[in-house]
Write a new protein. Structure first.
Length: 312
């Protein structure tokens, strides 16, 4: 009897050490972004998660809501759960460096997407859209649509976000070349559709002669367009930046006139691919700061746009 019990115990121990590969936990990859209420950030998270699963990671999706303190707590969570790497669209250039350094100190490499931080050498990679190039594309299209003249307003993104300043600067460098284009209002709407709706209402009241609105992102462009529609001002030209499906649909219906596509989905997947290579080889794929060019989207190619990518 004792012999049989011992044999059973030995077989059980052998079975435990011979677990099938499917039952072994995959390496955890933390994917931290702003709120998925914004389709751009949702596309980032979905793109990164899909690629993570493909490459054998277990994705951990976390949302910081553009709150630097919450972001820091989420990085603590990633560290505590033994994440192998972090893909991050950060909550502010200045406020993020310490959090990414904290991960680095814990031997967890970070791969930033969409937004840069102020320091180099802390993250392994910073993969961002070429916001200046994209803003110039959008501004050049805006000039054509405006006929090179008329009063316009600009909606700017969150002031702590580096991208907001870069895009605004790109717009300015093009639009200032046309003396008959007059910027009569510039307001921050913090990337928010609701805030953009309210700011657009105020701008319209103060500047009823307005002919155009150039926006730092598509979400604000949608808010501005909703306010213009409510006021019966669908004659006003609106141009956005991001390449969302919502703006695509508006363009195809003759509403918003153009946007600038930044490849959110591909950008996030590239970060995961580089994380995999870094973990496998101990070497970065290339330069830390990497720029991905943007593409103008208007009525000519809007039908090819799907989830922040152009179909062939």
């Amino acid at each position: 009897m004792l012999k049989r019990i011992l044999q059973t115990a030995v077989l059980a121990a052998l079975a435990a050490t011979a677990m099938p590969a499917a039952s072994i936990a995959a390496d955890l990859l933390a994917i931290i972004t702003p709120s998925h209420d914004n389709p751009f950030f949702k596309a980032e998270a979905e793109g990164a998660a899909a690629k993570a699963k493909e490459l054998g990671f277990e994705p951990l999706l976390l949302v910081h809501d553009d709150d630097a303190n919450k972001q820091s707590q989420l990085i603590d969570t990633a560290i505590a759960r033994g994440a192998k790497a972090i893909v991050l669209d950060n909550a502010g250039a200045a406020a993020t460096t310490a959090a990414v350094q904290k991960a680095k100190d814990a031997k967890i490499p970070s791969f930033l997407i969409d937004r840069e931080i102020n320091e180099s050498g802390v993250a392994v990679a910073q993969i961002v859209s070429n916001n200046y190039q994209g803003a110039q594309l959008g501004a050049e299209e805006f000039v054509k649509l405006m006929g090179e003249k008329g009063p316009y307003a600009e909606l700017v993104g969150k002031e702590s976000d580096t991208n907001a300043g870069i895009r605004s600067g790109g717009y300015k460098d093009v639009l200032d070349q046309y003396p008959d284009l007059k910027r009569v209002a510039q307001q921050s709407a913090n990337w928010s559709q609701t805030e953009a709706f309210e700011k657009m209402q105020t701008i319209l009241q103060a500047n009823p002669e307005i002919k155009g609105v150039i926006s730092g992102n598509d979400t604000m462009a949608m808010g501005a367009w909703a306010a213009l529609e409510a006021a019966g001002r669908t004659d006003v030209i609106v141009v956005g930046f991001d390449g969302s499906n919502d703006v695509r649909d508006s363009i195809m219906k003759g509403g918003i006139k153009a946007t600038v596509l930044q490849p959110a989905y591909r950008q996030a997947q590239l970060a995961v691919e580089q994380a995999k290579q870094y973990l496998d080889t101990g070497k970065a794929s290339g330069e830390e700061k990497q720029l991905m060019d943007c593409i103008l989207v208007n009525k000519d190619n809007a039908g090819k746009l799907e989830t922040f990518a152009l179909k062939d």
